[in-house]
Design a protein around this ligand. Structure first.
Ligand SMILES: Nc1ncnc2c1ncn2[C@@H]1O[C@H](COP(=O)(O)OP(=O)(O)O)[C@@H](O)[C@H]1O
Ligand SMILES: CC(=O)OP(=O)(O)O
Ligand SMILES: [Mg+2]
Length: 809
């Protein structure tokens, strides 16, 4: 080696080298990595890390001059010009000084770009090997850049939404507590901790974290925690379930239990949202965790669950590859048969919103090159968004291989129940845990749920619109003339616009009491539908005109928003002809003079809340409000009810008579010369509790009163309810449960007790404490007939019907 000796090397630098250097050094400065950021920087574009160029100098020193064995002691560098991706850099060193006796060498160091411009200059001091070493380097490992973060956009999207309430079930380990804190601090979920408080606090102490700001719902053990979480989710108080330190099976059993209310007609399934570096887009693998050996029907649901998720994330027609070992149907390979069937099912609309194709071998599902080689013609092959695996074992191995061999991360989520369920554990990397919570949040945020409820009561002083939202009540004054419905609604909705974005109103649903024979389900409102509703007004004079006035006013205010009607009568369309018949001349039946039944929205809701009873249990539901009726329900269907042709029949009500000897009407209109109008007003407005007591229609006042007429009104009411229970039991051939609902049914234990007492002969036995407390079950364990209190929710049925009717048309 002598002064003036030189050596160099040449290297091209591309965008991948920048990523690689960032990954190796941890220098993720956006000046190097983010084009958008760098656009506003001094160079207007990303530049290569300075130390990448400097490393080339090190490479020349260590491999060429002085060569292998050189030890770097010192380096002065100046970065003269930026290096851009795409440049070709020549790094050169020249011996400037040999420091005798110490084997030290000083060299000038320079790097130039393809235009000969100096991008780096400086001086190095090295310890040179005593003798020149001849060293044949082995092959360097190949470095590949594996990009990550394909779900990152969704995580950001989820973060931007307001936190969603989540129940963390049994967080009694350090890791479960840390998980709850993590999803909260990441701005994703707002967790409620459910489980034994002492254990939860002990876990927090062990983790060294504070539980400040967390609500804890006490339950005795993990089983109860799962049940409680399911209950909170079923009534909409939480929108996501997160597994804590209990076994997944224990949580999922509660989720799918028939009584829990989270089960849907869909089977639950697991998706892995995978970030696979070697694949160019996000991909879902399903089902690798829940369904062990799914049948064709199960696979349909597994597929639809994953498709729904992809669609919710904005992927319009996701491509589903149904995996097998080959791409041809082979009678001895069952997975290929299922795959072919699923492909046809999608083509026939049994799976919707996706392009489904199979059987496809794995390579054909994800590699366009493999597809070209095989000559497969398919819109899905090579481009899969969803990999539907034949069974759990195949799925589990696929997902784990992607994770361990291909460097993938996998965010798990359980779908198909009313709320999404997060099952991640601390063993999953942070990015996967965050992505799971984020996806759960996006799913939950997209699910329909009540935002608020409002009321305009025309009897109110002062006249106002009241809104209840997340437990808080707001009110806005109404100054419009109460006689001008359009003006009242206009003002109320103008005020509501301050709370909600009403420009996104998709549909307006109405309750219509009488649908006659015309409507057996909800209907989209048109001029013709309005005329049909109007034609039935006479049969429900207290209700139908009001509904029509509302419909007309809302159409005037929102002419472009679809409106739907949900009918009280529709639920009873299943009543058998014998039940519907009056003992009148046959011809009248054909003219529509028959029993219809009402309060069907309430009964439909109640029928959906009976999951803890046997499927074929014989149930009588008593909807006791201002209007009141009873309904025999079996297998989710109406068998018979107390109201018939009009809303007058059955039991006495606040101001309506209930069933009456028709001779009375003949007498009133004949002998007594009363007009139709007089009789109608008397039967609808002056009878029932008001008529019998002579002073009051509200059951609360009557129960509080000491007047004998009040007691008689209540007694008659209860006697007739009990009598109707017995009649309906006869229609069903028995009774297993009696459900109380609506204003009186939910809030008047005294009336429930009187009815129960009259049904003692049937084996009904009230538990007085449970009755006073208004528990769901108010009968003793020994009672032959279960007595239940279930709050009704007619509005939720109207909303559901409106949304599904709007979607259908
Ligand atoms: N919180 C309450 N406590 C006691 N009774 C109630 C309560 N709320 C409603 N009621 C009773 O329920 C009846 C009205 O029932 P509701 O279902 O609210 O009426 P509507 O049929 O008009 O929708 C009234 O007789 C009232 O006395
Ligand atoms: C059908 C009927 O009587 O309805 P309401 O109870 O609302 O008066
Ligand atoms: Mg009502």
């Amino acid at each position: 080696m002598k002064i003036g000796d030189r050596a160099s090397l040449v290297r091209h630098v591309g965008p991948k080298d920048i990523e690689l250097f960032a990954a190796v050094s941890g220098d993720a400065n956006p000046a190097h990595l983010d084009a958008g950021f760098a656009a506003h920087g001094p160079f207007g574009h990303v530049v290569v890390h300075g130390m990448w160029t400097a490393a080339l100098i090190s490479a020349v020193l260590g491999t060429r001059l002085p060569g292998p064995g050189t030890i770097y002691l010192d380096q002065q560098i100046r970065f003269n010009k930026p290096v851009s991706p795409g440049d070709t850099i020549t790094a050169e060193v020249e011996v400037a000084e040999l420091i005798e006796g110490k084997n030290r060498v000083r060299l000038t160091t320079t790097a130039r770009n393809q235009r000969g411009e100096v991008v780096l200059s400086g001086e190095a001091l090295v310890l040179a090997p005593v003798e020149q070493v001849t060293w044949v380097p082995g092959d360097l490992p190949e470095a590949v850049v594996l990009p990550k973060g394909r779900w990152q956009g969704f995580v950001e999207e989820a973060r931007a939404l307001p936190p969603v309430r989540a129940a963390v079930v049994h967080p009694c380990s350090k890791s479960a507590i840390l998980g709850a804190i993590e999803v909260r601090d990441e701005g994703l979920l707002d967790p409620i901790l459910i489980g034994p408080g002492a254990k939860i606090r002990a876990a927090a102490a062990e983790a060294g974290v504070s539980l400040d700001g967390f609500r804890i719902e006490e339950t005795e053990h993990s089983h109860a925690a799962a049940a409680r979480a399911v209950e909170l989710a079923a009534c909409g108080k939480v929108q996501v379930l997160v597994k804590g330190s209990l076994h997944s099976d224990e949580l999922l059993a509660a989720v799918v239990s028939k009584s829990g209310g989270l089960r849907t007609e869909r089977r639950i399934s697991h998706v892995y949202a995978m970030d696979v570096p070697a694949y160019r887009k996000p991909v879902i693998v399903t089902d690798a965790a829940i369904n062990i050996a799914p049948t064709l029907e199960h696979k349909r649901d597994i597929c639809q669950n994953a498709v729904d998720l992809m669609r919710l994330l904005g992927r319009d027609q996701p491509k589903v590859a149904v995996l097998a070992a080959v791409e041809t149907v082979n009678a001895t390979m069952p997975a290929t048969l299922d795959a072919a069937a699923l492909t046809v099912m999608a083509a026939r609309g049994q799976i919707t919103g996706a392009l489904v194709d199979g059987p496809l071998a794995f390579d054909n599902a994800i590699s366009p090159e493999a597809v070209a080689t095989k000559g497969i013609v398919s819109q899905v092959a090579g481009e899969a968004d969803i990999l539907l695996v034949p069974d759990l074992e195949a799925g589990n191995m696929l997902a784990k291989q992607l994770i361990y061999f291909a460097g993938a991360t996998a965010a798990g989520l359980v779908l198909g129940a009313r709320v999404p369920i997060v099952l991640t554990s601390r063993a999953d990397p942070l990015s996967a845990r965050i992505a799971s919570a984020a996806l759960a949040k996006l799913v939950a945020a997209a699910a329909p749920r009540p935002l608020a409820s409002g009321v305009i009561d025309f009897r109110d002083e002062p006249f106002e619109v009241r809104l209840t939202r997340e437990g808080k009540t707001f009110s806005g004054p109404i100054t419009a003339d109460p006689g001008d419905l359009t003006a009242v609604l206009n003002q109320a909705f103008a005020w509501l616009a301050g709370h909600f974005n009403l420009s996104r109103l998709a549909v307006i649903g109405h309750r219509v009491v009488h649908g006659g024979d015309v409507f057996t389900g909800p209907a989209r409102i048109t001029d013709q539908v309005i005329a049909q509703i109007d034609a039935l007004a006479r049969l429900a004079p207290l209700h139908q005109p009001q509904s029509l006035a509302l419909i007309r006013a809302m159409r005037g205010l929102y002419p472009d928003v679809p409106q739907t009607a949900s009918f009280d009568t529709a639920f009873h369309a299943t009543n058998p002809p014998l039940i519907r018949r009056f003992a009148l001349p046959r011809a009248l039946y054909d003219q529509g003079i028959k029993r219809y039944g009402f309060h069907g929205l309430s009964y439909r809701y109640i029928a959906g809340q009976l999951g803890d009873l046997a499927t074929d249990a014989k149930v009588v539901a008593a909807h006791l409000g201002s209007g009141a009726s009873l309904c025999a329900i079996r297998g989710g269907k109406s068998i018979d009810s107390s109201m018939g042709f009009s809303t007058l029949d059955g039991i006495p009500m606040a101001t309506r008579s209930g069933a009456l000897d028709p001779g009375v009407i003949l007498h009133l209109m004949g002998e007594m010369g009363q007009s139709l109008k007089q009789v109608e007003t008397m039967l609808y407005r002056e009878s029932g509790l008001l008529g019998v007591s002579g002073f009051e229609a509200d059951s609360r006042e009557l129960m509080a009163s000491t007047r004998p007429e009040a007691a008689e009104a209540i007694d008659l009411f209860c006697l007739r309810i009990a009598g109707e229970v017995a009649r309906l039991a006869t229609s069903m051939g028995g009774i297993d449960a009696l459900v109380f609902t609506a204003g009186i049914g939910e809030h008047q234990p005294g009336i429930r007790a009187r009815v129960a007492a009259r049904l003692g002969w049937l084996g009904a036995e009230l538990d007085p404490d449970a009755n006073e407390a208004g528990s769901r079950r108010i009968s003793t364990a020994a009672s032959r007939v279960q007595l239940l209190v279930i709050p009704t929710d007619e509005e939720s049925i109207i909303a559901q019907e409106a949304v599904s009717e709007e979607a259908a048309t």
